[in-house]
Ligand binder design. Structure first.
Ligand SMILES: Cc1ncc(COP(=O)(O)O)c(C=O)c1O
Length: 369
């Protein structure tokens, strides 16, 4: 039954039979990106703002969610245990190395809270994913922003140099949001080794599944000062289901989970079922990975054709400069009901766009050109 559904779905979206309808894609022989479940908002805006996966949730996740609705009257703790066991297995750690929460942002908040009483500072690259840092500042921690390198890489050496005895946390987003850049793996390993001697290193791997780089999670068994943060919001297509997790040393997990009244308990039964099923839907993840590469390539080629400088991306979004762009970029997006972001760096007028479906990106290119 499940296999039949899956095949039907693949046929519906054209993965079984079709090729791309536009020239640059024919050579790649990759599937069509037509999809019956493309996410749009009620007003049909094209959402290229939040790095969501336009193809998700996966077929198996949808089935699991539908099946689990009926058990929403129960706390059903065993699904939390099942999800933790599956995550432990996937990441080759043990269950006491895992903490699940309603999104990785909750994990970041917990880590911040765990340091609030001590005061001191924390180090973040700029620009990076810093939605969580306001809360840290409200709680009295001092934020130290370190600019990226000119190539928009994380400034690992400068971040190390900025650490002092009052540094509690140092945040690495790998790959980095909004720039899409990836740290060189060995450089990151050596950074973690050095930085973790002085403070807690948070490695946010929200987008690691879009790369072929391994996680750094294998280091947590030996390193109490490393917290790896992951999410189901990106390649698994479950942003609205709100499920994320931390991988850390068991003592570190105990320390941060002590801040939750019900550790591992704030993710709904339906979302846990979705996350669990998503882990086993490896075909869906592979398709999303391949689609993202193909549509990202198309978009970068088109932006480059328009004279727009793009930073090579390892993620499902692209960072580019509007410095030479003559039209009112954000006005054009607004008039065409396309949601983009904003200017992250005034110097160079850098902005970010999420890689949507091919249809969405063709529309995006057609309105901005
Ligand atoms: C780097 C990074 N970390 C974390 C998050 C938040 O993820 P979640 O939906 O799991 O809270 C995002 C969301 O865009 C992100 O870009």
């Amino acid at each position: 039954m499940m296999q039949t559904n899956r095949r039907t779905w693949l046929q519906q979206i054209g993965i079984v039979t079709a090729g791309f309808s536009v020239a640059p894609f024919k050579a790649l022989a990759l599937p069509s990106v037509k999809h019956p479940t493309v996410t749009t908002t009620a007003d049909q805006a094209i959402r290229l703002s939040s790095n969501e996966n336009p193809y998700g949730p996966s077929p198996l996740a949808r089935e699991a969610m539908a099946r689990s609705i009926g058990s929403s009257n129960r706390y059903n703790w065993n699904t939390a245990e099942q999800l933790m066991a599956a995550l432990a297995q996937k990441n080759q750690v043990t269950e006491d190395n895992i903490l699940i929460a309603a999104g990785s942002t909750v994990i970041l908040d917990l880590v911040v809270q765990s340091f609030a009483a001590q005061g001191g500072n924390f180090i973040v690259p700029h620009p990076s994913y810093t939605n969580w840092t306001k809360r840290a500042e409200q709680l009295g921690l001092e934020k130290r922003s370190i600019p990226l390198t000119p190539a928009k890489q994380l400034p690992l050496d400068a971040m190390l140099a900025a650490m002092n005895s009052a540094t509690r946390m140092i945040y690495v987003c790998n790959p980095n949001n909004p720039t899409g850049t990836l740290c060189e793996h060995n450089a990151l390993l050596s950074f973690i080794k050095t930085a973790a001697k002085k403070a807690t290193v948070i490695v946010d791997e929200a987008y690691i599944d879009f790369t072929d780089q391994p996680s750094v999670s294998h280091l947590v068994a030996e390193n109490k000062n490393l917290i790896v943060v992951r999410t189901f919001s990106k390649i698994y297509g479950l942003a609205g289901a709100r499920t994320g997790y931390a991988i850390a040393h068991k003592d570190t997990i105990s320390r941060i989970s002590a801040l939750q009244t019900w550790a591992n308990g704030d993710v709904s039964v339906v979302s846990r079922a979705a996350a669990l099923a998503s882990l086993s839907d490896t075909g869906f993840v592979k398709q999303c990975y391949a689609q993202n590469i193909a549509v990202r390539k198309y978009t970068i080629e088109q932006l480059t054709r328009l004279g727009i400088t793009c930073i090579p991306s390892h993620t499902n979004f692209i960072y580019f400069s509007l410095a030479g762009y003559k039209k009112d970029f954000f006005g054009v997006l607004k008039n065409n009901n396309i949601q983009g972001t904003f200017i992250y760096e005034a110097d160079g007028q850098w902005t970010r766009i999420t890689v949507g479906t091919l249809d969405e990106m063709q529309r995006f290119i057609s309105v901005i050109q």
